[in-house]
Design a protein around this ligand. Sequence first.
Ligand code: NAP
Length: 267
Amino acid sequence: MKKQRILFIGAGRMAEAVAAGLVTSSADSIEAVVMSNNGDIERLQRVETTYGVQTTQNWRQEVDNSDVIILAMPPEAHPSVLKELSTHLNQQFVVTLAAGIGPSYLESHLPQDTPVAWIMPNTAAMIGQSMSLYTLGTSATKEHKEVLQMILKGIGEAHECSEKEVHELTAVTGSAPAFLYYFAESLIDATTAYGVDEKTAKDLVIQMMYGSVQMLHETKDPASLREQVTTPGGATAEGLKVMKEQDFSLIIKQAIEATNRKAMGGS
Ligand SMILES: NC(=O)c1ccc[n+]([C@@H]2O[C@H](COP(=O)([O-])OP(=O)(O)OC[C@H]3O[C@@H](n4cnc5c(N)ncnc54)[C@H](OP(=O)(O)O)[C@@H]3O)[C@@H](O)[C@H]2O)c1
């Protein structure tokens, strides 16, 4: 793979996570990283100093020199940026990080045969631990896929999907972290009800979750880990019985379905 010159349009939280991953994990594959935004010059100066990337206040001048253009601005900024970008493009690989903006949308707003891809990271990208989904457009080649995987390497794990699957599974990889944090909040509330202060409750719950997630990561077997903790007829089994009676699995399934309905434009 030739060394890539990568231009970011948008220099917010997600652009920073991807750029940080690139300069630490893929430095050998990169000729330059150039970041731009909508006018927040202080932020550009900060990313330049922190990551040693180049910055510009006018991304239009950089398109011609770039191999990859990463769209890291909000979904609602896409129509106008894509319109302008179209007039500067010459077969550059265009990758969006935006929620809801799949390859078919990019292809319908960019010149014919433009290679495109869609990455859906989650917030753990900021610590290099994302579970990202990605999908490529119809004009992307094996080489584009290699470039995409090089970009993804620095923010964690990634899984290739169809466009439809990215739409459906983002509820699990992108939104479910919020469900997990809500579970943590609920457990912290239940702990403080026994009279311990909030800091202690947080320490207890967060370390319990951290250790449990590491066990999950090692064994990949949630059911047998649950069984290890649950003596039949014992105290934990009694707690789980309440969760089953309240149909915890159904609540989770309904939360995923509601997320997808909303993401697909429903109410
Ligand atoms: N944060 C997440 O966990 C997450 C997860 C998955 C996907 N995403 C996607 O990643 C994208 C960026 O999210 P973020 O959290 O990084 O947002 P953010 O921190 O708010 O950053 C947005 C960036 O876009 C720039 N921008 C806005 N309008 C622009 C325009 N018209 N032209 C050029 N730059 C423009 C902003 O520039 P100024 O600061 O100068 O206004 C800023 O640098 C979004 O599409 C989001 O859906 C985010």
